[in-house]
Design a binder for this molecule. Structure first.
Ligand SMILES: Nc1ncnc2c1ncn2[C@@H]1O[C@H](COP(=O)(O)OP(=O)(O)OP(=O)(O)O)[C@@H](O)[C@H]1O
Length: 227
């Protein structure tokens, strides 16, 4: 479960203090898929970075499975989150010098032998439907295929929580549908998913939509389970 409690985030700039998030609170029970929607600059990526342990809020608490992440030292926080939370981004972020299967293994390469990681990497590449592309390099893959490799890479540590930042933003219609269908499969398997998107239609695939406007969570919370 993710508890995002009374979170505010300000930046100090040469023009003075700017407020990015204002007193934002929400809870994501384990296994739920929520979508964050809102215009550009409303704070969606900022929320994902805070959940990922990468950005300390100015105020508020973020608890993952009841542990207050920002009370921990940076090292302990990363250790806690390393296997619990994984991210998928709009710009795939694959390393160009590595093949698909090598990219998938990357999150665990510092911790385990390559030989031990290969069977899991193979099963993940099969899961995302790219068995035929195992040894292809990113430049030899389509955008949709690269994103599916990126999702497989995110799954390598068996995270409970998947943070997806505009994962379909660079994809055409059919690749977008492939990626969303894959998220639906992962959700059905029990993953907790937080999707930040401009794509309101994509967001309707989730359990709940939270709408952000200039760093404020709108009261409008659409719960499709109750429609
Ligand atoms: N380091 C920083 N210093 C100052 N302002 C920042 C910094 N990082 C982000 N911002 C501002 O925070 C605001 C929220 O950014 P964020 O990336 O969370 O928005 P977003 O809703 O994800 O936008 P988009 O949909 O375009 O990705 C933006 O106005 C951005 O300019």
């Amino acid at each position: 479960m993710i508890q995002f409690q009374d979170i505010s985030l300000n930046y100090q700039t040469s023009q003075g203090q700017i407020v990015i998030l204002k007193n934002v609170s929400f809870t994501v029970p384990s296994g739920e898929w929520i979508s964050l929607i809102g215009p550009s600059g409303s704070g969606k990526t900022t929320i994902l970075k805070i959940i990922a342990g990468l950005l300390k809020p100015t105020e508020g608490r973020v608890c993952i499975q009841d542990v207050n992440m920002y009370e921990l030292s940076k090292v302990k926080r990363h250790e806690q989150l390393r296997t619990k939370v994984a991210s998928v981004y709009q710009q795939f972020r694959l390393l160009p010098q590595f093949s698909a299967v090598e990219n998938i293994m990357l999150p665990l390469i510092p911790y385990q032998k390559r030989k031990e990681l290969l069977p899991r990497a193979h099963s993940l590449i099969e899961k995302v439907g790219l068995t035929q592309r195992l040894h292809h390099f990113p430049e030899q893959l389509s955008g949709g295929e690269q994103q599916r490799v990126a999702i497989a890479r995110a799954l390598m540590t068996e995270p409970e929580i998947l943070l997806c930042d505009e994962p379909t933003g660079n994809l055409d219609h059919s690749n977008r549908d492939n990626v969303l269908s894959l998220l639906e499969v992962l959700h059905a398997e029990g993953k907790t998913i937080v999707l930040a998107t401009h794509d309101e239609l994509a967001a309707t695939r989730s359990n709940r939509i939270l709408a952000l406007q200039s760093g404020v969570l709108e009261e409008r919370i659409m719960d499709y389970d109750q429609v």
